[in-house]
Design a protein around this ligand. Structure first.
Ligand code: DON
Length: 566
């Protein structure tokens, strides 16, 4: 495949009508309502409060981001990163705020390998060495300054109050804390904040975070500088370095978010807007939808539909492993990968009767399955502004390391890099070079906040779920295409294939026995998972009536609200 510089890609993106910033549809009528769906009721409440104070969707996004950082410490936080996909009603344009973490300047490609070149277990997952330079504080300040109507201070207030006064532990918190309890016990600050005398807290136990309240206040008063420079930056760097990490003051001072052109593509008239690298989500979605279009997905029977879906997932995930990485550092052939011509090539060996073994595709490195957390929220305000944001600190409770005196729980996003890129393996792997560790580089993500427009309806959606994020958003988009409402979209059963391991994973009950048998007959290996997965948050808008409906995944503890704003 021919590679092109990012500049050339942007040039093409601007020129191609299917990939432009501007929405092709006319703006929707003025709405009376606004809607918010998030993974935590306190975050939804804070978003509603900010809208009622005269804020727009972008102010609400700041408030929700900050509150999630306080009440969902296992999912996202000031010490993490994310992507905020924005639609501005005023000029009908879309932009992606890339607040993804960056590798520290002292990072290097072999930093997680031992003297024998083997990956050191847990080194990229636990403790401060696993943490990239956070993007959330910079993204919140940017959102407030360039898109919001309210002062940052006002939008951060609900989070400051919750950090100071505390929030109550629920069953979900307990499950996440249990999963990471032994690692949280390694460092004093994290243990004291998130555990109760070293144990998983009881339901109803109040988690208070005064240091985090103070850090949020510094951001409220000084903007991003309150985190990336001065007192907090000093504390972060000192604590990280004292505990084996490699951050410097320069890392923090140099961090900046990037505004990127979102990726747009169409599927039978449905226009999808999603993220570009350093997320693999938009590209993979475009590839899969292109393959579905070429395979006449809509016209197939139920078994063949599943077969084509699986084959398209398999092929897109193989490409992801080979080509995708931070496009600011490596050439990622976004336009070629997302083209119909490439989809045609990918389907050249498709057999509608038989599964294509992944081993028969050109080999690349195996991608890891991510741990079970991260968060997403969707917001539409009464002007028609939209935000789809997926945020992460990677594993539950990220690295489990809280920098002393800051309350900031650091991510372990460095694990999203390939720790051992380009190493010859038994399959003669060529891949993962694009996602090798390099100083200042952003690690590849699967987070896929997206918008879709079809038949006078608009969807704002996304979900956590590691490598399964992309296939969940895909299935959600297919539900929307079929006319489903927000509740049906978030609660629909899920299945997933990611090239390697060569298996179809499905939620308990997601596939009827006869469908499983028919797919097995075609040669697919299927595995029912022990539990459900994902936590999708969706808002759907009807352009004709201006009405909204919103839903939070039944698998999580979140809430959705449609409200009338005067
Ligand atoms: O950026 C990524 O793709 C991962 N850090 C996301 C991790 C995740 O979704 C874990 N989730 N359930």
């Amino acid at each position: 495949m021919r590679r092109r510089s990012l500049l050339a890609v942007f040039f093409f993106v601007v020129l191609l009508p299917a990939c432009s910033w501007q929405s092709t549809h006319t703006p929707p009528p003025a709405l009376h309502d606004a809607a918010i769906a998030t993974a935590h009721p306190l975050a939804t409440q804070a978003g509603v409060q900010i809208l009622q104070q005269g804020g727009n969707a972008f102010d609400a996004a700041v408030a929700v981001t900050a509150v999630l950082a306080v009440v969902e410490p296992y999912s996202s936080g000031l010490g993490g990163g994310g992507f905020w996909l924005l639609h501005k009603a005023r000029d009908n344009t879309q932009v992606m705020i890339d607040g993804r973490e960056k590798a520290p300047l002292a990072a290097h490609r072999d930093m997680y390998l031992d003297a024998d070149g083997e990956v050191i277990p847990r080194a990229s997952v636990d403790g401060p060495l696993s943490a990239g330079i956070p993007g959330v504080p910079a993204a919140m300040a940017h959102l407030a300054r360039h898109y919001g109507r309210l002062p940052l201070k006002q939008s951060l207030q609900p989070a400051i109050t919750l950090a100071r006064n505390g929030f109550a532990v629920d069953e979900h918190y307990r499950r996440m804390a249990q999963f990471r309890q032994s690692v949280l016990q390694n460092w004093e600050d994290g243990e004291a904040i998130f555990l109760q005398d070293g144990e998983v807290p009881d339901v109803g136990y109040i988690i208070r975070q005064p240091d985090l309240a103070n850090t949020l206040e510094q951001i409220a008063n000084q903007g991003a500088d309150g985190f990336y420079k001065g007192e907090i930056a000093g504390k972060l760097v000192r604590s990280v370095r004292e505990n084996g990490g490699i951050w410097t003051l320069q890392d923090l001072a140099q961090y900046s978010i990037v505004e990127r052109l979102p990726l747009q593509f169409s599927y039978n008239g449905m226009r999808v807007t999603s993220v570009t690298p350093p997320s693999s989500g938009g590209v993979a979605l475009a590839q899969i939808f292109n393959m579905l279009a070429l395979g006449n997905y809509d016209k197939l029977n139920a078994v063949d539909k599943k077969h084509l879906l699986i084959e398209a997932m398999r092929r897109a995930y193989r490409d992801r492993a080979e080509y995708l990485g931070d496009s600011d550092v490596v050439d990622v052939p976004v336009i070629e990968l997302a083209s119909m011509a490439h989809a045609r090539q990918l389907l050249a060996n498709l057999d509608m009767q038989r599964a294509t073994p992944s081993a028969d595709l050109p080999p690349v490195a195996v991608d890891k399955l991510d741990g079970p957390d991260t968060t997403h929220f969707s917001i539409v305000d009464k002007q028609g502004n939209r935000v789809a944001a997926t945020l992460s600190i990677n594993y539950p409770f990220g690295s489990c390391f809280v920098a002393e005196g800051t309350g900031v729980l650091l991510n372990d996003e460095m694990d999203d890099f390939s720790s051992k890129p380009g190493s010859p393996n038994v399959y003669g792997l060529v891949g993962a070079e694009a996602n090798a560790i390099a100083p200042g580089k952003r690690m590849l993500s699967s987070m896929s906040p997206s918008f879709a427009e079809y038949n006078n309806r608009i969807a704002v959606l996304g979900t956590p779920g590691g490598s399964r994020i992309i296939t969940m958003v895909l299935l959600g988009l297919l539900q929307f295409y079929d006319g489903a409402d927000a509740t049906t979209i978030v609660n629909a059963p899920r299945m997933h294939h990611q090239y390697l391991p060569d298996k179809v994973f499905y939620e308990p009950g997601a596939l009827p026995p006869e469908r499983i048998a028919a797919l097995q007959q075609k040669g697919h290996v299927l595995q029912q998972l022990d539990s459900t997965y994902g936590n999708m948050q969706v808002v759907v808008m009807d352009r004709n009536t201006g009405r909204l409906n919103a839903a939070s995944d039944k698998r999580g503890v979140g809430s959705a609200q449609v409200l009338t704003v005067e």
